[in-house]
Design a protein around this ligand. Structure first.
Ligand SMILES: Cc1cc2nc3c(=O)[nH]c(=O)nc-3n(C[C@H](O)[C@H](O)[C@H](O)COP(=O)(O)O)c2cc1C
Length: 191
């Protein structure tokens, strides 16, 4: 079971870093598995705490993937870290073990505190589509162009049928990034 959430880590100097990551459930623990290189990984080594933010605001997912990382936060309650203002709920985590790996070290975390901030208003297909498209955008350099086109074509249906303004904005940011990537690879091919 993997929970897609917004992970906030903090450097030793106190600089906050916001990134979407999938947290892997392992019994009562949550595992953070960042691919190298990663600022999340560097921060976890300097300050072995994190906040898992559960949010339905997909603008944060799309924003982080398109260079818009400056989202409002407030201090966490029990760990040196920060909570995303838009969270419906959050969990404060402490790293209890590190499994080293060349590509993708795994930080096993204990949940030491949880808070709920607002109600969950049900599933929305456009939000799920934005999360899927954000994952595609994070792998643009690895995924063949035809696969991206095919999957975006399918996800677009949920956007057209069920999106609100925030989901549309998030989708537009991601589509701009895909278009930029297309132009860049076409230019590189011509050079
Ligand atoms: C829904 C979602 C889940 C993601 N899960 C992971 C993950 O588990 N590990 C990872 O390295 N990157 C993951 N990514 C990509 C990271 O968000 C992105 O590469 C990020 O910038 C991590 O690098 P950073 O720590 O330097 O910011 C995910 C992206 C999305 C949209």
């Amino acid at each position: 079971m993997i929970r897609e959430c917004i992970v906030i880590t903090q450097s030793k100097a106190g600089a906050v870093h916001i990134a979407p990551l999938g947290l892997i459930e392992e019994g009562e623990h949550l595992v953070i598995a960042p691919f190298r290189p990663s600022l999340t990984l560097d921060n976890l080594r300097e300050n072995p705490f994190a906040v898992a933010n559960y949010t339905d605001d997909v603008l944060v997912f799309a924003g982080c993937l398109t260079g818009r990382r400056d989202w409002p936060t407030k201090p966490a309650t029990k760990v040196p870290g920060a909570v995303l203002q838009q969270s419906l709920a959050h969990a404060e985590l402490q790293v209890v073990a590190v499994l080293e790996d060349e590509q993708r070290p795994r930080f096993r975390c204990a949940v030491i505190h949880e808070e709920t901030h607002r109600p969950f208003h049900g599933f929305n297909r456009a939000q799920a589509a934005v999360v899927e498209a954000a994952i595609l955008v994070s792998r643009l350099h690895m995924v063949p162009a035809e696969k991206i086109e095919r999957e975006i074509g399918y996800l677009q249906i949920a956007i057209d049928k069920t999106a609100g303004p925030r989901e549309r904005q998030a989708w537009d940011w991601l589509m701009e990034r895909i278009a930029d990537h297309k132009t860049k690879t076409a230019t590189e091919r011509r050079a």
